[in-house]
Design a protein around this ligand. Structure first.
Ligand code: PXL
Length: 285
């Protein structure tokens, strides 16, 4: 018998330009056969990396109103995916929603910085907020900078494989069941360190590195992992699929000479993603 599409709540910003957050999450989750329900945290003209003078509307006050209407309608969610938050004050709002919809698969992407520093507009107040969400997370996907901030380690410290492994354990000790640290570099490769609740040591998955800063890569990777997990793919296969898809989009963006501040050219690969996720085909070529 045909089953209802699983419903996923997506708490992320809506940026008109920049293919990040909701403009990435919604098409990816829909392609994966999921009903993607946006709970926008902020409205921006563009993503903020490398761009100034963007417009910004905080939606903190709107979020409880949307959630309360959804509660009144008696809706349920099978998944909750949180990302870029407009204000640290949104953390308690999300905590309440996660507790209310207990049983939903929860991915917390603790979006707050990259390249060893906090993003424009972010204060250190976000750090305890995201730490407090970790015990509610089935999975968290910090990049290396965010993992340091969560773990209380200076993100400007030189990285070593030992420190990276230590970070994965420290983030898991904060309470997240599974941890995927993104942006782990080795020689000419880049990838993710995956520490699952079922493993006693992390697994490193790598892909060819494309030098440069490609905005929105972390969001694309996280929402493909979410989409794959919601379709029952195992964690390692989900990360492998997300890494391959993200690197393909980065390569295409570079080859087409697209300004990387405007996001990754991922759309034309959606049919391939649909085939792989909905067909449960995790292997990369
Ligand atoms: O990719 C993370 C992200 C999401 N949303 C907005 C951003 C960024 C990173 O800079 O600016 C608005």
């Amino acid at each position: 018998m045909m089953k209802k599409a699983k419903r996923v709540l997506c708490a992320h910003d809506l940026s008109g330009i920049g293919r990040c957050s909701l403009t990435t999450a919604l098409p990816i989750l829909s392609s994966a056969g999921l009903e993607a329900c946006p709970l926008p945290t902020a409205l921006l003209s563009t993503q903020t990396g490398g761009i100034s003078d963007y417009s910004y509307l905080d939606l903190t006050d709107e979020m409880p109103k949307m959630l309360s209407h959804w509660k009144k309608l008696g809706l349920s969610f099978d998944g909750i995916y949180t990302g870029y938050l407009g204000k640290p004050a949104q953390v308690p709002v999300l905590k309440e929603a996660i507790e209310y919809y207990h049983g939903a698969f929860v991915l917390v992407d603790p979006v707050m910085g990259d390249a060893q520093e906090l993003y424009q507009g972010f204060s250190p107040e976000y750090i305890p907020g995201f730490r407090s969400l970790m015990p509610l997370a089935d999975l968290t996907t910090p990049n290396l900078t965010e993992a340091c901030l969560l773990a209380g380690v200076d993100p400007r410290l030189p990285m070593t494989p030992t420190l990276e492994t230590d970070l994965a354990f420290r983030v898991r000790d904060l309470g997240a069941k599974d941890v995927v640290i993104t942006g782990i570099a080795r020689d000419n490769e880049i990838g993710c360190l995956v520490l699952s609740s079922e493993l006693d040591k992390p697994v490193l998955l790598l892909q060819n590195m494309v030098p440069g800063i490609y905005h929105g890569s972390g969001d694309l990777l996280a929402c493909i992992v979410m989409a794959s997990r919601m379709n029952g793919l195992p964690l390692l296969n989900s990360v492998r699929l997300a890494l391959d898809f993200t690197v393909r989009a980065i390569v295409r963006t570079r080859d087409l000479g697209i300004d990387p501040r405007f996001g990754l050219d991922f759309e034309r690969d959606l049919p391939r993603l649909i085939h792989r996720i909905q067909g449960g085909i995790p292997e990369h070529e």
